[in-house]
Design a protein around this ligand. Structure first.
Ligand code: 13P
Length: 248
């Protein structure tokens, strides 16, 4: 079985005081054991070392991005090897905010995933369609093209989690219905089965992101192909603990 996965993407939020408060909530929360759920929180780069050192040991950390290749003269970037050196096990790549606002193409995201994996990082790779694309009926084409650009560059999927995050659901309060999420997750799994392998399709976690809350997580988690969540806004609040508990 695929172990339930809950990621908290803090995005570009937080002061030192707020980070202390969130870490306290995370450390005091009652959650299922690590053989039931894998929890990964993703603060901004500058808070990664402090969060990693203060967080309960059963929770892991992720960076929200990294550079596409080996570090060097790339002002403002952080390399995968730096994250590995700091003991940061995970990185989120291809988030829709970076695709849309910073111009990251499918190919660039594929290159980033391959390089991060080569440096020993585990990757949460994000895919998802815009409202316009959904209304045009091209959801699966878009998501397949984003996944294909990754599949072309990697062989080993064991350290990859796919996050399906429909852009229209991100930060909007408009969560996908459980059926909408299930439909895309099942199609994605089918795509992996045909284009990668049945084993990879069966073992790769496909998590949902977009306006997940303590109130809507249970219904989504009940769907057979929803293997967890990538949570934005609610990951900064006590209800993140409830979302972790939707694993059981
Ligand atoms: P929200 O949960 O705030 O909609 O954000 C989802 C997301 O983008 C997680 O990466």
């Amino acid at each position: 079985g695929r172990k339930f996965f809950v990621g908290g993407n803090w995005k570009c939020n937080g002061t030192t005081d707020q980070v202390d408060k969130i870490v306290k909530i995370l450390n005091e929360g009652q959650v299922p054991p690590t053989d039931v759920v894998e929890v990964v929180v993703s603060p901004p780069y500058v808070f990664l070392p402090v969060v990693k050192s203060q967080l309960r040991p059963e929770f892991q950390v992720a960076a929200q991005n990294c550079w596409v290749k080996k570090g060097g003269a790339f002002t403002g970037e952080v390399s995968a090897e730096m994250l590995a050196n700091l003991g940061v096990p995970w990185v989120i790549l291809g988030h829709s905010e970076r695709r849309a606002l910073l111009g990251e193409s499918n190919e660039f995201v594929g290159d980033k995933v391959a390089y991060a994996l080569s440096q020993g990082l585990k990757v949460i790779a994000c895919v998802g369609e815009t409202l316009e694309q959904r209304e045009a009926g091209s959801t699966m084409d878009v998501v397949a093209a984003q996944t294909k650009a990754i599949a072309e560059k990697i062989k080993d999927w064991s350290n990859v989690v796919i996050a399906y995050e429909p852009v229209w659901a991100i930060g909007t309060g408009k969560v996908a219905t459980p059926d909408q999420a299930q439909e895309v997750h099942a199609s994605l799994r089918d795509w992996l089965k045909i284009n990668v392998s049945p084993e990879v399709a069966d073992s790769t976690r496909i998590i949902y992101g977009g306006s997940v809350t303590g109130a809507n997580c249970k219904e989504l988690a009940a769907k057979p192909d929803v293997d967890g969540f990538l949570v934005g806004g609610a990951s900064l609040k006590p209800e993140f603990i409830d979302i972790i508990n939707s694993a059981t």
